[in-house]
Design a protein around this ligand. Structure first.
Ligand code: FES
Length: 600
């Protein structure tokens, strides 16, 4: 409460000096920063004011700290449908505290409206975000995102732009109901679709479910990628505690938005809290601890590696092994789908991130900095969570975890020398975490959809389903096709899980014993995944962190030689797709573009 009366950076009187051509423009704040190049700074500022006054602003308004608000509203993005209300509340917060809020658009990405896949556009959105933050005269930025790829793209861009920045997410949607059972996007989309495929649901049910799975605005209401990234933003110190879980359609969400406006004005007056200074290695270690404790999305591993890769001081200090090391000492505490049974509204009602961080305190770096200028430990000390009776809470204690450790595991071996990820906590048949079986190989998503339900497919419940060709370069954007469906003939006999692996991703809302992000991907000439053939024996041992194929090094080299001869190493395609294929990094580096990383 002590910071409620921030002074504006400059006064109305001072702004008159903008017209005094006898002295250089004194400050680089507000409208005076980042002037358009006309060779005459005073004229550039004069012209800027001419045009912005067309919108009705007064000199007084224009002398205030300018808070740029990134507006990702799109009629193709229902996860951001509450953007107008959030903008109102954010602007109220900014203006109540002496700032001037100016919103501007960037790309908006929704999972279901992005072809070939939303991940293909994440780096483009990060470039848009970075360059528009740099180009426009803002003293601080509020990044409003929500749907899976938007928040990582915004943070990647914000770290690279390095202006003071706050995140605000649109918040999770409410659950719906079908035949008296709560349902919600998108874990239940996938589970029910699998049941429909297996013949356990009829068309009447699947049509009714189609109306109920996403009943309100907001992001998917389970611990998918959007919710995971929202929790991570709190752990990083970039968002208030309630910011991760307050429902999209709640008054609590609007109060978070108003509060975010206030905080942004504070950040504008304290330019020292820029992303590259605020975020330190310990901030990211806290984020990884939270990721493991919530049973978060595997996508968050890729996003965090890309985000970390943007930070000049942290980039080389964290790799995939860091995720595994932290996972070994972090239990799963949050009982949410797809690892558990509940929805984000339950997490919010259980105290949300404040309660979780309190529980995790012994595992956190409490000296990590937050948006307030206070450490995480100081923030937690002044915000003791309400106690929720144990039986009503979906947040477990460290003494009684849902899963003892390692929700997300990093595997290595000759099949994945640069690593692969498995979400052990979402396995539906944990015996498969230690399994070997004969590979049934699909060369691409198209091959998979053509043959997976073929009654003649030579597959048993012990087979290992291998999908090639869906890595960052091989299928630009690394689609979420890693959730290989159970072959219909096995599903019809009650098989609900099999060991499956690919170089692609999987929705954070999905579950099963599924190895993802195999690096290097099969399209890379050095890949071993790319030379696996039907009948090869694949061995996965999550306990030992190994993923192998039982063929000799000589045989691997021989098969790679045959493939290499037909590999087109450098794409000559035009446009963004060509840029993507030429510059995208492998999943273990976050699938960022090589020229966007801190090293450039
Ligand atoms: Fe937007 Fe799931 S589709 S968060």
């Amino acid at each position: 409460m002590e910071n409620r009366k921030e002074k504006p950076i400059e006064t109305h009187e001072m702004s008159l000096s903008d017209y005094d051509i006898s002295t250089p423009i004194q400050s680089a704040t507000g409208l005076r920063q980042g002037l358009t190049s006309y060779g005459d700074a005073h004229f550039s500022l004069f012209l800027r004011k001419v045009f912005i006054k067309a919108l009705g602003y007064s000199e007084d308004a224009l002398s205030r700290p300018i808070i740029g608000v990134i507006n990702t509203y799109s009629s193709f993005n229902p996860c951001h449908a509450n953007m107008p209300q959030l903008l109102d509340a954010v602007k109220r917060g900014v203006q109540l505290h002496g700032g001037l809020a100016i919103d501007f658009p960037t790309i908006s990405i929704h999972e279901a409206f992005s072809s070939p896949t939303s991940m293909f556009l994440r780096n483009l959105m990060s470039m848009d975000t970075e360059e528009m933050i740099k180009a426009q005269p803002c003293d601080a930025i509020i990044l409003i995102g929500g749907c899976d790829k938007t928040t990582p793209a915004q943070l990647m861009g914000a770290i690279s732009a390095n202006k003071p920045a706050m995140h605000l997410v649109t918040g999770p949607m409410m659950p719906g109901s079908h035949r008296g059972v709560r349902v919600g996007a998108c874990t239940d989309c996938r589970n029910n679709w699998a049941s429909y495929r297996a013949g356990a649901l009829d068309m009447e049910d699947i049509v009714a479910l189609n109306d109920e799975l996403a009943p309100t605005a907001g992001t998917c209401g389970v611990m998918g990628t959007a919710s995971t990234m929202a929790c991570i933003l709190v752990a990083l110190g970039l968002m208030p505690f309630a910011g991760a879980s307050a429902p999209a359609v709640s008054s609590a969400r609007l109060r978070v938005a108003e509060e975010t406006g206030r905080i942004a004005v504070t950040l504008a007056t304290n330019q020292s809290l820029r992303p590259q200074g605020l975020l330190q290695r310990e901030s990211f270690l806290n984020a990884i601890t939270v990721l493991q404790a919530i049973g978060g999305s595997t996508n968050a591993v890729v996003h965090l590696m890309a985000i970390i890769g943007r930070h000049p001081q942290v980039a080389d200090t964290i790799n995939l092994d860091t995720f595994d090391e932290i996972g070994r000492k972090t239990p799963l505490l949050v009982d949410l789908k797809p690892s558990g049974d509940n929805y984000m509204t339950d997490f919010h009602n259980s105290g949300g991130m404040l309660s979780l961080l309190w529980e995790l305190k012994p595992l956190l770096h409490l000296d990590a900095m937050t948006y307030s200028g206070m450490t995480l430990g100081e923030e937690l000390a002044k915000a003791v969570p309400l106690r929720v009776p144990h039986h009503l809470s979906c947040i477990q204690t460290l003494d009684e975890p849902l899963y003892p450790a390692s929700s997300l595991i990093v595997l290595r071996g000759n099949l994945a020398p640069r690593g692969a990820i498995i979400k052990a906590s979402a396995s539906k048949d944990r015996r498969l975490l230690h399994h070997s079986g004969k590979a049934v190989v699909f060369k691409s998503s198209e091959d998979l959809s053509r043959r997976i339900d073929d009654p003649e497919l030579a597959v048993t419940a012990d087979s290992v389903l291998v999908l090639q060709g869906i890595g960052p370069k091989g299928n630009p954007g690394m689609p979420e096709a890693g959730l290989i469906p159970i072959p219909k003939k096995l599903a019809a006999h009650g098989v609900v899980d099999m060991l499956r692996l690919s170089d692609g991703r999987m929705s954070g809302t999905a579950g099963g014993t599924i190895v993802l992000h195999v690096s290097p991907e099969s399209a890379d000439p050095s890949s071993v995944l790319g030379i696996v053939q039907d009948g090869d024996v694949v061995i996965c041992d999550a306990e030992r962190r190994t993923l192998k194929v039982d063929i000799s090094n000589e045989e691997i080299a021989k098969r790679q030689g045959q493939i290499r001869a037909s590999t087109d190493a450098m794409s000559t395609e035009r446009g963004y797709r060509g840029l993507y294929k030429r510059t995208v990094l492998q999943a273990d580096k976050g699938a960022d573009f090589d020229f966007l990383t801190a090293q450039g």
